[in-house]
Write a protein that binds this ligand. Structure first.
Ligand SMILES: [Mg+2]
Length: 219
């Protein structure tokens, strides 16, 4: 068994790539934004992708990377409007709803902890209705630091009461798991298939599940 549920009082869940299919975000940033950027600037899609790649790379792991206002300004595109345009691609990963329903029947505290911008968060909750399953929903934008940084975990614990020794974090980002582990969150699980259109990834250093079916057992 990958997790002994008896030892867990609090479950922290990431959103994109953990509960929701990362295909939406990958498609949005790798295809749709370059396409709109190319159209706006009268350049080819290939050139747009070439120009945007290093710009995206530079901001990885920083709060700005997740900030729609930042990218709207930087690229002179209505990023919020563009997200809404392809929102039909937002979808919940297999067995997630079943897992959340089961979790809700227990006395465990369930928090959504995401780096997503409040607008993306709202759009995604509106599309999926998953908000019902959480005791609290926390965006790192409200705390002022991304989950990759220690400050995020310090601030989270200042504002929300839970015991790091009985807490499980499930997140598809290894950098986030590392930061949480250094801070002392005891149980950590990654996701090996965050994007339904991509092959299974090798996750180094943490146990990983392909989908939530594995975790429902024993809950
Ligand atoms: Mg994620």
């Amino acid at each position: 068994m990958i997790v002994n549920w008896e030892k867990i009082d609090t479950v922290l869940l990431d959103m994109d790539g953990t509960l929701l299919d990362l295909n939406f975000d990958n498609h949005f940033w790798n295809e749709f934004v370059p396409l709109k950027f190319a159209e706006k600037n009268g350049i080819s899609l290939t050139l747009a992708k070439q120009q945007l790649k290093p710009q995206f790379k530079r901001m990885e792991g920083r709060l700005e990377w997740y900030c729609l206002d930042y990218w709207s300004q930087e690229l002179q595109l209505d990023i919020t409007g563009l997200k809404a345009e392809i929102s039909r691609l937002i979808s919940v990963l297999p067995h997630v709803t079943e897992f959340l329903e089961k979790l809700q029947q227990t006395s465990k505290k369930v928090l959504l902890v995401t780096n997503a911008h409040p607008y993306s968060l709202e759009l995604k909750m509106e599309k999926t209705c998953l908000q019902l399953y959480f005791d609290e929903i926390i965006s790192s934008h409200d705390l002022g630091a991304p989950k990759e940084r220690r400050e995020f975990w310090e601030l989270l614990l200042q504002k929300h009461v839970f015991d790091i020794n009985t807490t499980l974090l499930i997140d598809d980002s290894v950098s986030v798991l590392k930061a949480a582990q250094l801070y002392g969150i005891k149980y950590l699980i990654s996701i090996s298939k965050p994007d339904s259109k991509m092959p299974i990834k090798d996750v180094i250093g943490y146990p990983a599940i392909e989908d939530f079916k594995t975790l429902i057992f024993g809950l």
